[in-house]
Design a protein around this ligand. Structure first.
Ligand SMILES: [Zn+2]
Length: 86
């Protein structure tokens, strides 16, 4: 499901941005955002970190470890990285 989402582009031409979140609570805890180009955006205090590839983090609420692997996205822009919230 959701395979079409990664192909969507806004009329402005800006890349779609996806939320990487832990669903341990409502509302989900946002861990980072990432775009269809495979760039992960992590906000730490007053700074944004831009990461390509693979990133691992800990949910600040429940302590669960999450792995986001977008290494294949850069090669295949049509890939759907959703559902990696393990
Ligand atoms: Zn959590």
């Amino acid at each position: 499901m959701g395979t079409a989402r990664s192909r969507e582009r806004r009329a402005s031409g800006r890349p779609s941005v996806f939320r990487w979140e832990c669903r341990c609570q409502e509302p989900p805890q946002l861990l980072a955002t990432y775009d269809e180009g495979g760039r992960i955006n992590i906000k730490v205090r007053d700074r944004y970190w831009h990461v390509f590839g693979l990133v691992r983090t800990i949910c600040p609420r429940c302590g669960a470890e999450h792995l986001l692997d977008l290494r294949s996205v850069r090669d295949e822009p049509a890939a759907d990285p959703a559902g990696l919230g393990t």
